[in-house]
Design a protein around this ligand. Structure first.
Ligand SMILES: *Cc1c(COP(=O)(O)O)cnc(C)c1O
Ligand SMILES: [Zn+2]
Length: 456
């Protein structure tokens, strides 16, 4: 029965698959994905979505690969989405009518040949997750969270709105997907600590943007209080439903390599949800017999906010928590990461590495990449700087196939780019500054200048 359905272009949606929340640390108990629950009632730890493997394993690896591949690029609802093209592995009992999608995912994975040759790793690939609706890979998780909320509301739940505390990409993604669904969104921001760009996205998408007279941690406290009575659903990282969407990025990379596994995947990390998600997706491919090995995962941190790096250096003997310093990589400026335990598993199980990058290193790495045609955000700069270090140390070998996950679009970070080329960024010496040349409208001067520039 199942094998037959794999031959249809789009398999039917009456699925025998089952997924539920359970405690990541192993306490007993199963909770519906449509229940308002964020942490384990027994130990207070994180939940994870568990997919029952047996029914999934009834179908052959070959059949799964064909099914997923057939859905790529179709407009048939909801399979045009890179996330919902894997719906059986994400949230199997989500009804078509409740999917809230803007056809996210399926972002380009491209061969960064010129940069790769410059640094001695010609088989270098960049996964451009910032090429997405709100300009970051947070869209992948938010389509799942908002869809789950829509299904809860359709089935009579008391939930009336979604909320998060964030200064950047999470609030942009939540506001956009909530607007797409017509669900009210409430965004908590620390007053005066938010740039125009960070404010503009949720404001434009009609979210209720509440700028509080406190810092980020203060906003986090308020949002947790406000979401206590279950009428407002919490969309922060603590909510592990988002991981189910975020995990598709690793699966998508493997699919894009014709189901081959790269040697390394490098990702910038803050709250540590995404590296956990990457691991979870890749582990599922192993469980289904689609792949037979893991890539080595590299978690890249900004030196200014490096608790995970410090924990790694002490052999994960204890979780380091600190007060994060200000970094250009603002989306990973986090001192007390929520998904620490899951990320430790991801690094350990893949023989992974945690590396760090200073402000100077991340900005220059981003600029060097831009000179080969990219337009990198500061977080991608952190990942690239980690790559350069691992190549220099000989950890990454010249013939290895390496993927760097570019997590946001550089266009969200105009201040970073302009500041770099003006040479005005704190603690950064701009080694590749390329400021504009201001000239009179005089063709002789212009010609001389061009001669000089091309001769440089
Ligand atoms: C959220 C985010 C990250 C890090 O993901 P975590 O799950 O917090 O580790 C990296 N880069 C960008 C652009 C992000 O928005
Ligand atoms: Zn527990």
């Amino acid at each position: 029965m199942l094998a037959e359905s794999a031959n249809l272009p789009i398999p039917p949606t009456a699925l025998p698959y089952r997924a539920y929340f359970r405690c990541f640390r192993g306490c007993p108990g199963e909770y519906s994905l449509y229940e308002v629950i964020y942490t384990c009632p027994t130990c207070g730890g994180l939940l994870e979505v568990h997919h029952e493997l047996e029914p999934l394993q009834q179908r052959s690896a070959e059949a799964w690969k064909q099914t997923i591949e057939k859905r790529v690029g179709t407009t048939t609802w909801p399979y045009g989405s890179g996330v919902w093209g894997m719906r059986e592995w994400v949230a199997p009992d989500l009804a078509d009518a409740n999917v809230v999608s803007m056809y996210e995912g399926n972002s380009n994975l491209y061969w960064a040949e010129r940069l790769g040759r410059q640094i001695g790793v010609p088989n270098l690939w960049i996964k451009l997750c910032g090429n997405s609706h709100t300009g970051s890979f947070k869209d992948l998780g938010m389509t799942v969270l908002v869809s789950v909320v829509k299904q809860m509301m359709a089935r009579g739940s008391a939930v009336r709105a979604v909320a998060c505390a964030s200064t950047g990409d999470t609030s942009a993604a939540l506001a956009a997907y909530a607007a797409c669904a017509g669900i009210p969104a409430i965004i908590f921001l620390p007053q005066g600590k938010v740039s125009t760009a960070q404010l503009a996205q949720p404001v434009a998408n009609g979210a209720h943007v509440l700028a509080l007279d406190t810092d980020f941690d203060g906003c986090m406290k308020i949002v947790q209080e406000v979401t206590q009575d279950n009428s407002i659903y919490l969309a922060n990282s603590m909510n592990s439903i988002r991981i189910e969407g975020q995990k598709t990025v690793g699966i998508e990379i493997v699919r894009q390599f014709d189901w081959q596994v790269p040697d390394w995947i490098i990702i910038p990390v803050g709250n540590l949800g995404n590296i956990s998600a990457l691991y979870k997706g890749l582990e599922l491919l192993m469980d289904l017999g689609i792949t037979d090995r893991m890539p080595r995962l590299v978690a890249a941190q900004a030196s200014k906010a490096n608790p995970f790096y410090q924990s790694y250096r002490n052999g994960f003997a204890e979780q380091v928590r600190l007060r994060a310093g200000t970094t250009l990589a603002s989306a990973i400026q986090i001192g007390d990461p929520v998904s620490y335990e899951k990320a430790v598993q991801a690094v350990r199980a893949t023989n992974g590495i945690v590396e760090q990058a200073s402000e100077h290193e991340l900005a220059n790495a981003a600029a060097l990449a831009d000179l080969t045609g990219m337009y990198t955000c500061p977080h991608t700069g952190v990942a690239l700087a980690a790559l350069f270090k691992l190549v220099e140390r000989g950890e990454i070998a010249p013939r290895d196939r390496v993927v760097v996950i570019s997590t946001a679009h550089g266009l969200k970070f105009t201040g970073f780019k302009a500041g770099y080329h003006e040479g005005s960024l704190a603690e950064v010496e701009s080694e590749h500054a390329n400021p504009p040349v201001y000239l009179p409208a005089d063709s002789r001067v212009v010609k001389e200048t061009i001669q000089r520039k091309l001769g440089e």
